[in-house]
Design a protein around this ligand. Structure first.
Ligand code: NAD
Length: 384
């Protein structure tokens, strides 16, 4: 057995830990570029806290999921203001934007030179500027991952900027920040976290360290996602989901993902749709097609046993079988009101280009079995 595990230099977790931000930020510099989402009210207390602590924060807003242009603009703003480090405050979108800006602040040249799939995929040579990542959704786990997912509208895809240099210096995970997340975003982001715990558990590159994180995270998400959706003020459920999101990030950064994310990256580039809701809708269908393909073509693959273990965790029943994962997740998505993919304007006519893109996606390589074009089309058909 061989494995490697890399994560943020430091992780601080707990309700109220945002109040520790000033001394932690002051260790990294004086002028942070504070990257946040479109809500001015949500980031205002953070900017005030930093300013009151003697720092000189510079605000940069990213309106939706990040694009290559947003990153270029952020780098320009950081340079104009001589920012010495970057804080990403928000969901995966601001955190990823912050990580990408920090990487380009210290590495010469154009963003495209470093991007996989659509660019040259050159390695980042220099360590990124220091990043503090503060998630406000539970969610992506992007506070502990080494990539930033960026949309390139001219190429019609979402691709990653990826490097061990992009691991944040500090992940500050305060579940209190998620209390204001409305039910629909609690559902979509929570399903992203859930998927990021299951895909690294069934991937061939899973290791004992990621396995233990996945088991614990799946247990917590299974007991708390519905609760957080129904009652956003359920503190215990919010804490469970913040742990699940963090553990998903730790797992995906050190194992691989699978077909759900292989598709989600392509769909996110071609259509406007919340990443987590797309993952949630695809999850039961990918599980169904994967389990069926494994039983038919590769019945000794350990992923089958893994699906069975997941079913036991989800149902809390020792007799559960792999197929129970499909039923359980279908019911969950229905309870969380996750719509079909047709809702985003996707039709069967789009399948060939979606399948072509997904087959090239790096996440697809983590799927426990190579799926045929017919099987990939079946997943889309069922998820429509
Ligand atoms: P997001 O950051 O786009 O935020 C979704 C919505 O939630 C926004 O409207 C935002 O304003 C709102 N929101 C955020 N915090 C809130 C709060 N506390 N209260 C109320 N509303 C709040 O969504 P996300 O799902 O967190 O991130 C999605 C992005 O992350 C995608 O681009 C996806 O590709 C990427 N991602 C990256 C990684 C990684 O490892 N780097 C992993 C998974 C996903």
């Amino acid at each position: 057995m061989r494995f490697e595990f890399a994560t943020a230099t430091r992780i601080i977790f707990g309700a109220g830990t945002l109040r520790q931000l000033v001394p932690l930020a002051a260790e990294l510099g004086l002028r942070p570029l504070v990257v946040s989402g479109k809500s001015v009210e949500r980031v205002a207390p953070v900017l005030s806290l930093l300013a009151a602590g003697g720092l000189k924060p510079v605000s940069f807003v990213v309106a939706g999921e990040p694009t290559t242009d947003a990153v270029r603009q952020g780098v320009a703003v950081a340079r104009q203001n001589a920012c010495d480090f970057v804080i990403g405050f928000g969901g995966g979108s601001p955190m990823d934007t912050a990580k990408a800006i920090a990487a380009l602040l210290t590495n010469p040249g154009e963003l495209l030179e470093y991007l996989e799939v659509i660019g040259q995929g050159k390695p980042l040579e220099a360590p990124a500027a220091p990043v503090i990542a503060i998630p406000t959704t539970a969610g992506t786990g992007a506070e502990v991952t080494r990539n930033a997912v960026l949309a390139s509208p001219e190429h019609g895809v979402k691709v990653s900027l990826r490097s061990p240099h992009m691991l944040p210096r500090l992940a500050l995970v305060d579940p209190e920040l998620t209390y204001s997340v409305p039910p629909s975003i609690t559902a979509s982001t929570g399903l992203d976290a859930f998927t990021q715990l299951v895909e690294p558990y069934v991937t061939p590159t899973a290791n004992p360290l990621t396995d233990s994180l996945c088991r614990e995270g799946i247990r917590r998400a299974a007991r708390s996602l519905r609760r957080a959706f129904r009652d956003g003020s359920d503190i215990q459920a919010r804490e469970d989901m913040a742990v699940a999101s963090l553990f998903g990030g730790l797992a995906l950064a050190n194992a691989k993902l699978g077909a759900v994310h292989g598709f989600a990256g392509v769909l996110g580039g071609l259509f406007t749709a919340p990443h987590g809701a797309v993952c949630g809708r695809l999850f039961p269908e990918v599980a169904a097609v994967n389990i069926h393909a494994l039983r038919r073509r590769d019945s000794n693959n350990r992923a089958l046993g893994r699906y069975e273990e997941i079913a036991r965790l989800l149902l809390g029943a020792p007799g559960a079988v792999a197929e129970d994962v499909i039923v359980w997740s279908t019911v969950l998505c229905r309870d969380l009101a996750i719509p079909g993919l047709a809702m985003y304007g996707i039709t069967a006519a789009d399948f060939p280009r979606i399948i072509a893109g997904a087959s090239r996606a790096s996440s697809m390589k983590g799927n426990p079995i190579t799926l045929t074009e017919t099987e990939l089309a079946e997943i889309l058909e069922r998820a429509l």
